[in-house]
Design a protein around this ligand. Structure first.
Ligand code: IMP
Length: 429
């Protein structure tokens, strides 16, 4: 297997950071292909914790890393994240990092608009990360975005900013916010242009060349498939496609470049922000999971909502992302429970269904149907082989595989990368 896509199979925060780090050692190139600095990936290496939200995780291992065109880039955040991890002793130069010339930029006006909308009483509160992700993607689709390559053409940049502001100032007037001058945006961009342009490249071309040379590419997904703009719990979603197929257009390679899709799957379910969550446990069980699993957002520090494993949504993700195998994470959080519930189907208006319906109303009405499994008292934390796992824990894992229609390729038993049971190396089928 040459190229692997890693995708979150729930609502994000499945523990992708550790798995991506594990895989990046086997890869030659690591690519981000969607999202922006709304993601939060924590890597723990030799006891040192690295928190990344925009830069590909492979950088920490010195791997050639790429920010693809499908990512929205906040240039100021880019500069500060580069400085932060460089300060931790990681080399971040154009030798090892490239940004797609056609990646759209997140500007301060996007951040402000994100917050204005979230705070407005009339709008639908999504519970966004307030990083300007949604407004930046809107401008991309609206064909008025400022892109990385525009920073290298100062003579036409002003016109592009004016065109963008015709749209944004009209919006801002309507929302009672002060208008913005072209000069302010221009200086905001010029302050960082020289720090970004050295990293700019024709990413589709370089990735294709490297692929042809037989290099292994790891596509690092952000967020989770249930936050996908098409396939997620719309409108409580992010503004990019988070399903695995996005790795192709988000980097400029054709779909045949994807050989294996690994779905990162937490042994229970969490979600940050608003929106439906059928198996949510807003009670002492949810509290137990949240405390034991340290379920706080890396980016915003928000407390994550917690609940039982929902096999319906993961089964759907296995299909919408074409998942070949899963990496199951945080099984040890369930250690010590008497009983564990798994959501195996939903009841919608008196009928049993085995999928997540598309409409917002139906998604809010579905009631989980649970199957109860025995828990286990022993600890699974740090296990490195199946023999170290209690029989009930293995039963739980096997039942999940059956319910979602995909097998466990990797089982992660602690944040340390060595604490992993490998069943199938995604890079070597
Ligand atoms: P946005 O991506 O900031 O627009 O937020 C839209 C929704 O996606 C909100 O519910 C966020 O909490 C959620 N979200 C965005 N990024 C992440 C992530 O990395 N992990 C989990 N949830 C996320």
């Amino acid at each position: 297997m040459a190229n692997v896509v890693v995708v979150g199979s729930q609502w994000g925060d499945e523990g992708k950071g550790k798995i991506v780090d594990w895989l990046s050692e086997r890869a030659d190139v690591v690519v981000r292909y969607q999202g922006g600095h709304n993601a939060g990936h924590t890597l723990v290496i030799d006891g040192v914790s690295y928190k990344l939200s925009l830069l590909p995780s492979g950088l920490v291992r010195g791997k050639f890393s790429v920010i693809g065109n499908g990512v929205v880039v906040d240039p100021h955040h880019f500069v500060s994240e580069v400085e932060k991890i460089a300060g931790q002793g990681i080399s971040v130069t154009p030798e090892v990092l490239r940004i797609a010339e056609n990646a759209p930029l997140i500007l301060s006006l996007h951040r402000e608009l994100d917050a204005l909308r979230e705070d407005s009483n009339s709008g639908l509160k999504i519970g966004t990360t307030r990083r300007g992700i949604g407004p930046a993607y809107e401008d991309k689709v609206g064909r008025r975005a400022i892109r990385v390559c525009d920073l290298g053409e100062p003579e036409t940049l002003r016109d592009k900013i004016e065109r963008l502001l015709t749209h944004h100032n009209a919006l801002r007037r309507g929302m009672g916010a002060v208008e913005i001058s072209a000069e302010a945006i221009h200086s905001e961009l010029m302050a960082v242009a020289d720090k970004i342009l050295p990293f700019m490249d024709r990413v589709w071309d370089l990735l294709d060349e490297r692929r042809k040379r037989g290099e292994r590419i790891l596509f690092e997904g952000a967020q989770g498939a249930l936050l996908d703009n098409d396939h997620g719990t719309y409108p409580f979603v992010t503004s990019s496609n988070t399903v695995a197929g996005q790795a192709a257009p988000g980097s400029g390679l054709g779909p045949a470049a994807i050989d294996y899709v690994l779905g990162i799957t937490k042994a229970y379910t969490t979600r940050v922000g608003e929106g439906p969550f059928p198996s949510e446990q807003d009670n002492e069980i949810g509290q137990f999971l949240g405390e034991k699993g340290h379920e706080f957002g890396v980016v915003t520090g928000r407390k994550r909502r917690c609940g039982w494993f929902d096999a319906v949504i993961v089964r759907q993700t296995v299909r919408t992302s074409g998942i070949h195998g899963i990496a199951l994470t945080k099984l040890d959080v369930l250690d010590g429970m008497d009983e564990i519930q798994v959501c195996v189907g939903y009841e919608l208006d008196g009928q049993r269904i085995d999928y997540l319906p598309a409409s917002m109303g139906a998604q809010s009405r579905v009631k989980p149907i649970y199957e109860t499994l025995d828990g286990w008292k022993e600890t699974t934390a740090g296990a490195r082989s199946w023999a170290e796992l209690p029989a009930q824990a293995i039963k739980y894992v096997r039942r999940i595989e059956e319910l979602i229609g995909a097998s466990v390729a990797m089982l992660s038993t602690s944040p340390e990368r060595e604490d992993t049971i490998l069943v199938q190396d995604p890079f070597q089928d």
